[in-house]
Design a protein around this ligand. Structure first.
Ligand code: NAD
Length: 257
């Protein structure tokens, strides 16, 4: 028996990166997974997992759009019958200083990163409340909460907002035995991390992927999506029964003073 055997988990932003790593590890621990994404890559990701024997479906959903979320969550419940675990992972970043970030770029990040977590949680909660049990985990970041990187004003704002939401929501739903925790990664090797390293000051060696890795105390490397997945699996399992509103950092020690 895996720690998530017979659990139905929803993972947003699951076509690639952290969401894919989390989905793979949740499946390894026995969960059935609804992989949610806006990207066309979702179908090939789901096919590959199904070929490996994972009980999963792909759900095309834009977490920033309430109608899309309502329809997607309905589809998941129709397929699996219930939802036990929710991993709010989908997120985007658009680098730029405050003065150089357009209102549109600000809103895109606020819409996906903040409203996305709000929308999907709100759509899934009635099922968890009915079950009088549930596990929710939100993807924040060390950025915005513990450190601040150049050009991440809008993104950092969203990741700090997720912590406020996590705490307030945890307070509200504790009476139903539903927990709400947050993961705060440092640099994890994903398409997003590659894009950041390529975009931000290419003339500054400390900001290349190698430069970032060299500054990480543990192993001088970026984290892997599987390492993030194992943390998510624990927080979404029955084993994390006395943890809620907790921010858990996974950064190889990179935020050590
Ligand atoms: P990624 O860009 O590699 O993958 C993000 C996934 O989210 C993509 O599949 C994308 O299509 C999907 N997505 C984007 N907008 C969506 C929407 N509106 N609806 C549904 N799906 C959507 O990014 P990643 O690095 O895997 O990041 C995943 C999460 O981890 C994000 O919340 C990110 O902020 C957080 N995070 C990442 C790092 C890192 O170093 N990679 C560090 C800290 C936090």
């Amino acid at each position: 028996m895996g720690k998530l055997t017979n659990k139905v988990a929803v993972v947003t932003g699951a076509a690639m990166g952290n969401g894919l790593g989390i989905s793979k590890v949740l499946a390894k621990h026995g969960a059935k997974i609804a992989l949610v994404d806006i990207s066309d890559q979702l179908d090939s990701t789901v096919k590959k997992l199904q070929a490996q024997g994972v009980d999963c479906i792909g759900v095309h959903m834009n977490v920033a759009d309430t109608q899309s979320v309502t329809a997607g969550v309905k589809e998941i419940i129709q397929h699996f019958g219930t939802i036990d675990c929710l991993m709010n992972n989908a997120g985007i970043i658009k680098l730029g200083s405050l003065l150089n970030t357009s209102d549109e770029e600000r809103d895109q990040q606020f819409d996906v990163n903040i409203k996305g977590v709000w929308n999907v949680t709100k759509a899934v909660l009635p099922t968890m409340i009915e079950n009088k049990k549930g596990r929710i985990c939100n993807m924040s970041s060390v950025t915005g909460v513990m450190v601040a990187d150049e050009g991440e004003c809008a993104y950092a704002t969203t990741k700090a907002a997720i912590m406020g939401f996590t705490r307030a929501c945890a307070r509200e739903v504790a009476k139903y035995d539903i927990t709400v925790n947050a993961i705060l990664p440092g640099y994890i090797q994903t398409p997003m991390a590659d894009a950041i390293a390529n975009e931000s000051t290419p003339d500054d060696p400390s900001q290349t992927t190698k430069g970032i890795a060299d500054a990480v105390p543990l192993g001088k490397r970026l984290g892997t999506i599987e390492e993030v997945g194992e943390l998510a699996a624990f927080l979404l399992s029955d084993e994390a029964s006395y943890m809620t509103a907790t921010p858990v950092v996974i950064d190889g020690g990179s935020t050590l003073p």
